[in-house]
Design a protein around this ligand. Sequence first.
Ligand SMILES: CC(C)(COP(=O)(O)OP(=O)(O)OC[C@H]1O[C@@H](n2cnc3c(N)ncnc32)[C@H](O)[C@@H]1OP(=O)(O)O)[C@@H](O)C(=O)NCCC(=O)NCCS
Length: 173
Amino acid sequence: MIEDQLLKIRKVLPSDIPIMHKWECDDEIGKLVGIEKPRSLNDMVLGYEKYFDGLKLNLNLFTIEYNDICVGRIELGNLDKENNHAAFGIVIGDKAMQNKGLGSFALNYLLNYAFNELKLVKIYGEVYDYNIASQKFLTKLGFHLDGILRKHEFFKGAHRDMYQYSLLREEFI
Ligand SMILES: CC(C)(COP(=O)(O)OP(=O)(O)OC[C@H]1O[C@@H](n2cnc3c(N)ncnc32)[C@H](O)[C@@H]1OP(=O)(O)O)[C@@H](O)C(=O)NCCC(=O)NCCS
């Protein structure tokens, strides 16, 4: 069991990048989150530069910390202020910490931020057809399966079906 008081969500810091790079290089995680080829650490640092310089206004990145250790990341991207929706992404990169409730806690935090602070009307995300754990995860959190985008993404040598999920503000309790 995890202890709630050891669990914290905070803004991503440049010092988190090396550990996040380790997750990016993990084949198993990469296949679930859509990493075709991991970047070098240096390229990843450069990739985050604009975000840390405040130039990516449609992106919000949060670190999931347990016992002061960075164990995951959750993000709100493609923030569309005209239509009031955004996409989410989540990874518990420390595999020993998966399936212990951290993802549920973090996604609820993000939904609260999105619906109650940013006043968005919808949050959505896509999951690979073979990512059954994530499909169960999102269903458990009340997400709606909007549809299956057939052969939507060419990834790891095959055209993959993507399951598109969303949650509306009025569905968030
Ligand atoms: C998907 C992910 C974010 C879920 O976070 P988590 O902390 O592991 O999940 P939780 O412990 O909060 O689990 C909540 C529910 O998700 C489902 N779930 C989580 N891990 C699962 C697993 N390995 N197998 C089957 N179902 C699983 C279950 O329904 C679970 O509820 P239960 O405990 O009552 O059975 C996490 O496992 C992860 O980072 N996976 C790899 C990256 C990924 O797939 N990202 C895409 C996310 S859309």
